[in-house]
Design a protein around this ligand. Structure first.
Ligand SMILES: Nc1ncnc2c1ncn2[C@@H]1O[C@H](COP(=O)(O)OP(=O)(O)OP(=O)(O)O)[C@@H](O)[C@H]1O
Ligand SMILES: [Mg+2]
Length: 405
């Protein structure tokens, strides 16, 4: 019954006949609704409610958060919740936010004032029901995800962070011989968190679907359904969250939203590659706290190395042992490191292991065609180097994981 989206069964629980009548008018039988009602309170039903409520698509309860006995009875009922029935509580209009929250805490999907108009009530029901219809492909049932968070940042504007992030995501998605699950490709998502100047979508030829704006605009923290609906699948087998097309203030994204996003994505993806904004904003904190590695793209010039050092210090305040992979862009790996390269290694307290050659021709055509270099020109020096850097980064993850077993 629940999977047939056209007919909907609703149960109205209220002692007041007038209330039941109003709800029945909002959801008429002529629009394929089937409304039944119960004038018994949940406390009075005393356990019998389980059989009654969970067979319905929607249960609308006229609830008084001050009625402790009834609230406890609902709470107990909700602890047995197994179905995807939507629960709406309708309360007196002057109920305080903290009391409304109490009803949410015991499992109500929405708490609405009795003054709500019929159109809004219908809209809430529609929205709640549509959230429950998760696209089949978005729920994976394979082995547990690795959940590795890899933010990519830059020591200076134009250093190559987006190029590295996009190609890393693409290379990781096409790598089918991971240490953990042979012959199965990695589940990879690329998040463009460069809110104001993000252009990762251009590099992979995708148009913003408005998903990020929806996440920012939502009063609530995202759930799996909302988050998955914002992602787009790339032909190379990774998912992408595009930065919003309109330029939004950096602080319009809240740290709690980012934290929830990361927690949800970690359960689904092996690698979560994140193109960070250049600015240091509060909501970067939950990303850094959870990061398994930070990829920092720089060159060997003195200003770039100094800025890289400052960023590492700042980011390690959030995550003390955060491993940092420096990627030197637009430079060949030298046979013998010069004095100033050794100096750079000293300043950064790490060896410079990853190098990407300067190849404007390949880089430009990849951007213009919206195709990752590792897919379009895998045999070019830049394509090979990007693939190598990706393999080295994921290999480090695998070694770490192996050692920690
Ligand atoms: N190794 C390279 N050789 C030649 N061109 C490159 C190389 N790496 C990146 N580019 C080009 O440099 C430009 C900037 O690169 P990218 O957008 O990746 O940098 P970014 O650090 O993300 O910059 P932004 O500050 O705009 O976020 C792009 O046009 C890109 O194609
Ligand atoms: Mg960028």
């Amino acid at each position: 019954m629940k999977t047939q989206s056209h007919s909907r069964s609703l149960l109205v629980v209220s002692a007041r006949e007038a209330f039941v009548e109003v709800i029945s008018e909002v959801f008429p039988a002529s629009e394929n609704h089937k409304v039944t009602s119960s004038s018994e309170t949940f406390a009075a039903m005393n356990g019998r409610a389980v059989n009654l409520v969970f067979n319905h698509d929607v249960v609308i309860i006229e609830a008084d958060p001050d009625d402790e006995t009834e609230v406890n009875a609902i709470k107990e009922l909700m602890s047995d919740r197994e179905s995807d029935t939507v629960f709406l509580a309708i309360t007196h209009s002057d109920v305080s936010i903290s009391k409304a929250r109490k009803l949410r805490d015991i499992g109500m999907d929405e708490v609405l004032p009795i003054s709500i108009d019929s159109e809004s009530l219908k809209a809430v029901v529609d929205e709640q029901l549509s959230r429950r219809q998760v696209p089949a492909q978005s729920v994976h049932d394979g082995p547990a995800a690795l959940g590795k968070i890899i933010p990519v940042t830059q020591a200076h504007g134009g250093a190559g962070a987006t190029t590295v992030a996009v190609n890393l995501a693409c290379a990781l998605a096409s790598d089918r011989s991971t240490f953990f699950r042979k012959a199965e490709s990695n589940r990879v998502v690329l998040l463009d968190f460069d809110l104001q100047f993000g252009n990762a979508n251009v590099l992979v030829d995708l148009e913003d679907n408005g998903g990020f704006l929806q996440l920012i605009g939502s009063a609530e923290e995202p759930d799996d359904h909302l988050l998955i609906s914002t992602l787009q699948r790339h032909a190379q087998g990774f998912d992408v969250l595009c930065a919003p097309t309109p330029i939004v203030p950096l602080h319009s994204l809240r740290a709690e939203i980012v934290e929830t996003m990361i927690a949800l994505l970690k359960r689904r993806y092996d690698y979560i590659v994140i193109d960070l904004p250049r600015a240091v904003v509060e909501w970067v904190e939950p990303i850094l706290k959870q990061a398994t590695q930070l990829v920092l793209v720089a060159d060997t010039s003195v200003p770039s190395i100094r800025q890289a050092r400052r960023l590492i210090d700042l980011y390690r305040e959030e995550n003390v042992g955060l491993p940092v992979e420096i990627v030197i862009n637009r430079d060949q790996k030298p046979l013998i490191k010069s004095e100033h390269m050794r100096e750079a290694e000293k300043v950064l307290e790490t060896r410079l292991l990853h190098w990407l050659p300067y190849n404007p021709k390949v880089a430009r055509s990849a951007v213009n065609l919206g195709r990752p270099v590792v897919e379009m020109k895998p045999r070019s020096d830049l394509g090979k180097a990007l693939a190598r850097v990706s393999a080295e980064i994921s290999a480090k993850e695998q070694v770490k994981r192996k050692n920690s077993r």
